[in-house]
Design a protein around this ligand. Structure first.
Ligand code: COA
Length: 154
């Protein structure tokens, strides 16, 4: 049976931290879907189409596909027959992520946590946007294709 994982996020924009999790998930699973979902607590800067295009511009392994879903992540994973992959940056992520993981488990879908690399633990999409908005260098935070897209946006 092939093992499928969904790595969902806002990806507004995708960072090197996201990329690292995608690459490691791609090593662990037969196939990975990187899926843009809606976090109702966030107001994204980039449209879904722009974020899909940014994800397509990353150099990702052949077993990684890019997608988008509406509604609950657990329902999307159930339809796909996938587990959820989430990155854990530091203790700040832990409580929130555990809460969501338990809710998703009650809906029948398991979550696999991958620790974010130490050097990427303090990256966030918000910090990337804040730096870029004020002309700061975001080279170390995002890959070149994303840097160009973010710079163009501002
Ligand atoms: N390295 C560095 N930074 C990382 C990272 C990593 N490995 N992984 C995540 N981040 C950052 C992101 O940049 C993001 O930063 P931001 O808050 O400044 O935007 C933050 O950590 C977390 O964002 P992300 O991982 O993109 O997910 P999210 O918390 O925005 O959640 C969904 C997005 C789509 C997964 C979630 O809202 C969802 O599942 N929505 C559907 C509805 C649902 O099922 N809800 C849960 C059931 S209650």
């Amino acid at each position: 049976m092939s093992r499928l994982a969904v790595y969902a996020g806002s990806f507004d924009p995708p960072t090197r931290g996201h990329e690292d999790i995608i690459l490691r998930a791609a090593d662990m699973f037969d196939n990975v879907i990187v899926a843009i979902g809606t976090n109702s607590g966030k107001k994204p800067l980039f449209t879904v189409e722009e974020r899909l295009s940014m994800l397509h511009n990353l150099k990702l392994p052949d077993n990684v596909q890019v997608g988008q879903f509406d509604g609950l992540l657990a329902h999307y994973c159930q339809r796909a027959g996938a587990v959820i992959v989430r990155g854990l940056r530091a203790t700040m992520d832990f409580e929130y992520e555990m809460q969501i993981a338990h809710a998703n488990l009650r809906l029948g879908v398991m979550t696999v946590f991958l620790p974010t690399r130490a050097e990427q633990s303090f990256i966030s999409s918000s910090i990337v946007k804040e730096l870029a908005r004020h002309g700061g260098d975001i080279t170390g935070y995002v890959s070149e294709a994303i840097r160009l897209a973010v710079t163009a946006k501002f």
